[in-house]
Write a protein that binds this ligand. Structure first.
Ligand code: ME8
Length: 524
């Protein structure tokens, strides 16, 4: 049954150029969006840029530019990256857009109307880099400077501030974290370890501040700078950048217009985020929404962090990798494949050029590319380039075709769980089996001894390639489109449902050409 599905990436700060970490979240969300479309669902996929706050204001100043001109420029890098990465996003949101400021104001007014906001004053240790406050016990000191656990320097700030009654919503959050799978009100924090972490964090807060819960309320406005969305009715304040940023997810769905065409997509099916911003998405965001009478997103999936050749990615090391350069060096689809195959989504991983080259050479070029090339060349040469007739499965055919039939369901289950590496493994299990099969059946030798059997074997192999190419489209859209072209699968027959309908016997296949270019490991 067709469903409405909505997936988001974080909106990226425009204080710096995109790197491979940003590409990772975006590609993963793209794969999920494409998989859903392949299943026939109605999908909305959102990405964009986070452009307000002190950190961006400072980056603009450092660049000697006005914040608006600066954010226009850097945001464009992220917009260009969506094309470079082949993303199928349906919208690209910028928090400096009028529609977004209107949504933020509407959400604020709704919270104020419901008495979820009050005026007070705020003081504490603030890290501009993280746009977050930290408790004194979380800090470390070096050379007279205090640092947050993230490594960001903190400074003492004191200013009037509006507060959000976060404390009131924490017990409700805990209830929702623990609702059973499938429950309409469940907030599904994944992976499990992250859910436990967030739950423990909330429980600890409730325990520590049992006698003064207002300490758990959240400061949601600032007066010390101006680059932000003005608080309705009190323009000396700008909204806390995370309240502003998180609201993007409903802005793009049409909030506050309940009749907006896209409002049908809310609540979002999944927010994809890095593990660094889990608390914002699993505590603040659902609390804001519940307080405004809006359902929170159904799932938040936190993926791990990439190190680069064994080292933490950092500005000072200058080792951030530009995804545009990677695409130029290895091709887009090998990069997309590598990012999702190398590391379980949710775990940390290391990005190395050698590992990428190994996956490209061994799995894409040798296993999949060769299978396609051998099969399609034989059909060209031995069958006059015409697709042989379907044949009943006998002997070794049975296991191969059974595995093929089961594969899309298994892939789908893993994709729904965001176990992308396992989804890919399911496809490659069948590809490897087919490579064993072609060697064992030796259809090239059958040409002289048993043409009927040769044709049956080649038809079965064509089916395997069609199944693999169909299921791999979300991961490697460009290359799999080329493979489906070579397999002569019409463009309107490339979704999962179409696999049930065999191509007509005698369909003319174009001459094959290589799908993947191998990389010298030394040069990698
Ligand atoms: O946090 N490995 O923006 P941001 C994997 N604007 N992923 C990484 C990564 C790494 N080494 N480094 C960054 C923000 N990422 C806020 C979000 S959402 C309402 C506001 C990815 O530009 C990861 O997805 O710092 C992380 O969550 C995101 O980039 C942070 O991007």
């Amino acid at each position: 049954m067709t469903q409405k599905r909505y997936v988001t990436t974080p909106i990226y700060y425009v204080n710096d150029k995109p790197h491979v970490g940003h590409a990772y979240t975006s590609v993963a969300a793209d794969v999920l969006a494409r998989w859903w479309r392949l299943q026939g669902h109605e999908v909305f996929f959102l990405t964009g840029t986070d452009e307000h706050g002190q950190k961006v204001e400072k980056a603009a100043r450092d660049a000697g530019m006005e914040p608006q001109a600066f954010t226009d420029q850097v945001s464009q890098h992220f917009r260009d990256l969506t094309a470079t990465l082949g993303l199928s996003n349906d919208d690209f949101i910028r928090t400096t857009e009028a529609r977004h400021k209107a949504a933020c104001s509407a959400l604020w007014e709704e919270l104020a109307r419901r008495a979820e906001i009050y005026l007070g004053h705020d003081e504490g240790w603030y890290a501009v880099r993280d746009e977050a406050f930290y408790g004194p016990d979380e800090l470390t000191e070096r050379d007279g400077v205090k640092y947050a656990p993230s490594g960001a320097p903190v400074e003492w700030v004191r200013e009037p501030s509006y507060f959000f009654r976060l404390s009131k919503w924490l017990p409700e959050l805990l209830r929702r974290f623990d609702l059973p799978e499938g429950h309409a009100e469940r907030i599904d924090v994944q992976p499990e370890a992250r859910r436990n972490e967030v739950r423990a964090f909330v429980q600890q807060g409730l325990k520590d501040f049992a006698d003064r819960p207002e300490k758990l309320d959240l400061s949601i406005s600032r007066t010390s700078f101006t680059w932000g969305v003005k608080v309705p009715g009190d323009p000396a304040h700008v909204m806390y950048v995370w309240l502003d940023a998180l609201t993007n997810y409903i802005t793009a769905a049409g909030y506050p217009d309940a009749n907006a065409e896209r409002w049908k997509f809310w609540p979002a099916s999944a927010h994809f985020v890095g593990k660094d911003i889990v608390r914002f998405h699993t505590i603040y965001w659902p609390a804001f929404l519940m307080a405004a009478g809006i359902s929170p997103a159904k799932r938040v999936f936190a993926h791990g962090w990439w190190t680069i050749e064994g080292q933490k990615m950092s500005k000072s090391l200058g080792n951030a990798i530009d995804p545009v350069a990677l695409v130029a060096d290895y091709g887009l689809d090998p990069l997309r494949y590598f990012l999702l195959r190398e590391v379980p989504f949710g775990a940390d991983g290391d990005f190395s050029r050698k590992a990428l080259a190994n996956r490209l050479n061994g799995e894409l070029a040798d296993a999949l590319g060769n299978l396609a090339n051998r099969t399609l060349s034989l059909i060209q040469r031995n069958c006059e380039g015409k697709l042989p007739a379907p044949a009943a499965a006998i002997g070794d055919d049975v296991a191969l075709l059974d595995a093929l039939a089961a594969m899309p369901g298994l892939v789908g289950k893993h994709v729904e769980d965001q176990a992308f590496h396992l989804a890919l493994e399911e496809v490659f299990r069948v590809v490897r089996a087919a490579n064993g099969y072609i060697t064992a059946q030796a259809p090239w030798a059958l040409k002289k001894t048993d043409v009927t059997r040769m044709e049956a074997v080649l038809r079965h192999l064509h089916s395997v390639l069609r199944g693999a190419a169909t299921a791999l489209q979300p991961f490697m859209p460009g290359t799999m489109a080329a493979l489906l072209d070579q397999l002569a699968v019409p463009e309107d027959s490339r979704d999962l449902a179409a696999l049930a309908t065999p191509l007509p016997t005698g369909t003319a296949l174009p001459p094959p050409s290589p799908l993947f270019r191998k990389i010298e490991i030394e040069a990698a």
